[in-house]
Write a protein that binds this ligand. Structure first.
Ligand SMILES: [Zn+2]
Length: 269
């Protein structure tokens, strides 16, 4: 009799406990029997969430990582190499990502099939490819030609080089596929940068508060200056308010910002 479907929380709880090296009798999940836990653990193993080899210290894939990988691979059609290059899954190498993609059935099925079917061309096919590359294929990306001839894009590029038919920089850039991928990558990188900034901004105020607290503890009794934006009282020091340098006829003056550094950081995009 199949029980109630496992919730995400239950699965994560199980993954965490397995990750801690707990054996079946020590794994505790409310209202799940050891048999059910065992079965679920097996399922997660097959899906690659749980290591099958406990001796190797593999860092287990989290559900969050898998979800992200699914989006990058299927949604954005990025290859493992591209995901690594863009630093989208920190701490994961190309092999690890490639393996996980295979386990999850991710990636471009057409490209995977093309990869599997890749073969050496016979003389007739070679001649046909050369003809194609000199004519219609000239403006297609190597990936598009590769798809058609069932060989790898790298081979196409090598052919082009040999025939002195490499795509000009302009043509390569104009190829639709190239544009789409570049756009995708750009979007992802912008998103990531934004996320990092948001995180940094949130930390910024905490860091400043901590700094002031420490300075005060060391006996610093500097004059306070109130930020016109957030109303917080900080030490009137360059650590908390930006200084603007002005030079007027050899006389250098500094103006202190009326807005604190935490607020200025928050205003930045
Ligand atoms: Zn402020």
């Amino acid at each position: 009799m199949p029980g109630k479907a496992w919730t995400q929380q239950e699965k994560e709880l199980l993954i965490r406990q397995v990750g801690q090296g707990r054996k079946l009798p020590q794994i505790q999940i409310p209202s799940r029997s050891p048999a059910a836990i065992n079965q679920q653990r097996q399922r997660l193993r097959e899906a690659g969430f749980v290591s099958t080899d406990s001796k190797r210290k593999l860092r287990l894939w989290t559900i969050k990582e898998i979800r992200a990988l699914r989006e990058y691979a299927n949604g954005y059609r990025l290859s493992a190499a591209r995901i690594v290059r863009a630093g989208l899954l920190p701490g994961r190498g190309k092999d690890s990502i490639g393996q996980q993609m295979k386990r999850q059935g991710l990636g471009d099925p057409k490209r995977r099939r093309a990869g599997r079917k890749a073969h050496r061309l016979n003389a007739q096919e070679r001649a046909e490819l050369e003809r194609f590359l000199r004519a219609k294929g000239r403006k297609l990306s190597s990936a598009q030609v590769a798809e058609r001839f069932k060989i790898s894009p790298k081979t196409i590029t090598a052919y082009r080089r040999r025939l002195k038919l490499r795509l000009s920089w302009h043509e390569a850039r104009a190829s639709a596929q190239y544009r789409q991928r570049a756009e995708t990558l750009r979007r992802i990188l912008i998103q990531r940068t934004r996320a990092r900034w948001t995180e940094w901004r949130a930390k910024r105020r905490e860091v400043l508060k901590n700094l002031q607290w420490q300075m005060r503890r060391k006996g610093d009794r500097r004059e306070l200056r109130q930020c016109v934006r957030c109303g917080e009282k900080w030490f009137a020091a360059k650590e908390f308010f930006a200084l603007t340098k002005r030079r007027r006829e050899d006389v250098v003056t500094y103006t202190m910002s009326r807005t604190c550094r935490a607020c200025r950081a928050e205003r930045r995009r």
